[in-house]
Design a protein around this ligand. Structure first.
Ligand SMILES: NC(=O)c1ccc[n+]([C@@H]2O[C@H](COP(=O)([O-])OP(=O)(O)OC[C@H]3O[C@@H](n4cnc5c(N)ncnc54)[C@H](O)[C@@H]3O)[C@@H](O)[C@H]2O)c1
Length: 261
């Protein structure tokens, strides 16, 4: 499908192996030029291979988004390679081990916020001058439906993402006059390999089976199935495309109708 993203230069922070790699595939198929970054060399290499196989012009940066200087260096490399930046997709994230607030260490919550909130803001800060020059640019922050559908044990992760949801609206307001749209995509649990492995571990801990937990999760949705990473990537691509030219400051929930926002 052609969404009008051909030739656009898109940065993706966090490129795999779930949603990140699907974003790379989707943007590459659209003919976008890609700037890939990740803190994990294996994930970065796999994403670069995939982009090359799909014929996408791309550059790669081994970047930890907790380091502002590395974010700035990535943007400089992108500009050296392509001369412009049109799209920034913030996908990289960290989640703490499940624990209540009472049991969790505040250091763990801070570490999570340093990636999900501050890391995302570092990327936006670094890319902002180039996005302003593009004149018709957009930022998509990958969030979670967990900012509304609260869980007892992931408060650090959801608090960092809730702050990001607020800043998505704030930055939409601030950057609108520069022609920069800012939106959030809020997935529910995505039906991919990472979740399957995670659920199998939890099932073993709880003395139940993957199938039971999986059926429960599907049963909570209206549509009876979980969105896949490819479904969520489609929503990101839509928001990044000219078809969404009048949409900014919005949260798009992609969770099979589990949570009504
Ligand atoms: N997996 C789910 O079911 C789910 C549900 C709701 C929301 N989300 C959100 O979707 C997004 C993608 O999740 P996913 O599970 O598909 O992950 P993913 O497969 O897209 O991988 C995320 C990548 O982020 C990278 N990363 C982590 N810390 C980094 C750092 N400091 N600097 C640079 N890169 C870093 C990791 O190495 C990894 O490659 C996240 O923002 C997450 O919060 C995921």
């Amino acid at each position: 499908m052609s969404r009008g993203l051909s030739g656009r230069v898109a940065i993706v922070s966090g490129v795999g192996p779930g949603l990140g790699i699907e974003l790379v595939r989707g943007l590459a198929r659209e003919g976008a030029r890609l700037v890939l970054c990740d803190v994990d060399a294996n994930n970065l290499e796999a994403a670069g291979r995939e982009a090359a196989q799909l014929g996408a012009a791309h550059v790669e940066g081994l970047v930890d988004i907790r380091d502002g200087a590395r974010c700035e260096a990535l943007v400089a490399n992108a500009l050296a390679a392509f001369g412009r930046i049109d799209v920034l997709v913030n996908d990289a994230f960290l989640a703490e081990a499940p624990a209540t607030f009472e049991d969790a260490s505040l250091g763990d919550w801070q570490a999570v916020a340093d990636v999900n909130l501050w890391g995302t803001l570092r990327m936006i800060k670094a890319a902002l001058p180039a996005l302003k020059r593009a004149g018709d640019a957009c930022i998509v922050n990958v969030n979670t439906h967990g900012v509304e559908r609260l869980d007892r044990e992931f408060g650090g992760y959801t608090a960092s993402k809730a702050a990001l949801a607020h800043l998505t609206r704030h930055l939409a307001r601030e950057f609108g006059p520069f022609g920069i749209r800012v939106n959030g995509v809020h997935p529910g649990p995505m039906d991919g390999e990472p979740r399957r492995r995670h659920l199998a571990t939890i099932a073993a801990e709880l003395g139940t089976s993957f199938e039971v937990l999986d059926a429960e999760a599907r049963g909570r949705t209206s549509l009876g199935f979980l969105a896949t990473p490819a479904d969520v990537a489609d929503a990101v691509l839509f928001l990044a495309s000219p078809a969404a030219r009048a949409i900014t400051g919005q949260a798009l929930y992609v969770d099979g109708g589990e949570w009504f926002h």
